[in-house]
Design a protein around this ligand. Structure first.
Ligand code: SAM
Length: 259
């Protein structure tokens, strides 16, 4: 490669497989007028074909050298460059419903996904390259090993689907893990509206605190057996057996009870 040496601290694994790049752009289906934000454009592997199809493309990039390079590209006039940490980026500063895309730096993917949940109402769809193992947890159903806090919290906001599996050699440098592209679309109808989202989030975190323990044990400071039974949860069950909507139901029951 290239004039840019990949920086590990910024999770830089640059896509080099043109077939995968084409598949991602095809999945995003960009229309000229769309408001699209790309997180971490890097050396513009996805940025260039996206920009070709769009009137304008927002990109958010933390690496100053990469930002400099982006400004010299032949299609730079189409880019709106937001230099900085995407975890601090105010997505709402860009008006309209957004499509968000990115081959994400894996070291920040979980906090980023939680942050993006907050702007779900402003989003058309999101397509992300992530560690395959993370995508498996995002889409996992109850009673599977991958089902946990990440799945419950994201499934509250998004319908998700693994679209493309991507081997390490599609990147330069190659990461140590397999990757996958996930599509996330905000759900039309939530699995039940959490009356107090903070409470719901805290409850789910506590429920999965120690996976091997019963739900009764993990929630002992939050809910009694009566509360669990009132919404149809068996206190002896484990968190991983309980469907997302039951967590919403339990949270709402407890919030209501406390009034
Ligand atoms: N999109 C390019 C590609 O597919 O080849 C690069 C992907 S690379 C996995 C991740 C990109 O995100 C890098 O360009 C990196 O500098 C950038 N990045 C890392 N941490 C970031 C952060 N906190 N905020 C914004 N960009 C970040």
């Amino acid at each position: 490669m290239r004039e840019h040496k990949a920086r590990k601290r910024f999770g830089q694994n640059f896509l080099q497989d043109t077939r995968i790049i084409g598949d991602i752009v095809h999945a995003v289906r960009p229309q000229p007028e769309d408001t699209v934000i790309e997180i971490g454009p890097g050396l513009a592997a996805i940025t260039e074909p996206l920009a070709k199809k769009l009137n304008r493309l927002h990109v958010c990039e933390i690496d100053r050298d990469i930002v400099k390079r982006l400004k010299t590209l032949p299609f730079a006039d189409k880019l709106v460059i937001h230099e900085g940490d995407v975890l601090q980026f105010d997505f709402q500063s860009i008006p309209g419903k957004k499509k968000i895309v990115g081959n994400l730096p894996y070291n920040i993917s979980t906090p980023l996904l939680f942050r993006l949940s907050e702007v779900a109402d402003d989003v058309v769809d999101m397509h992300f390259m992530l560690q395959k193992e993370v995508v498996e947890r995002m889409v996992a159903e109850p009673k599977t090993n991958d089902y946990g806090r990440l799945g419950v919290m994201l499934q509250y906001f998004f319908d998700m689907e693994m679209l493309i599996e991507v081997p390490p050699e599609s990147f330069d440098p190659a990461p140590k893990v397999d990757s996958a592209v996930v599509r996330m679309i905000p759900v039309k109808h939530r699995i039940g509206e959490a009356a107090d989202f903070e409470h719901f989030a805290k409850l789910v975190k506590a429920a999965f605190h120690q996976r091997r323990k019963t739900i009764r044990n993990n929630l002992k400071d939050i809910a009694g057996d009566d509360d669990l039974q009132a919404v149809g949860i068996n206190p002896q069950d484990r968190a991983e057996h309980i469907a997302p909507d039951l967590y919403v139901k339990l949270s709402n029951y407890l919030v209501q009870k406390a009034v």
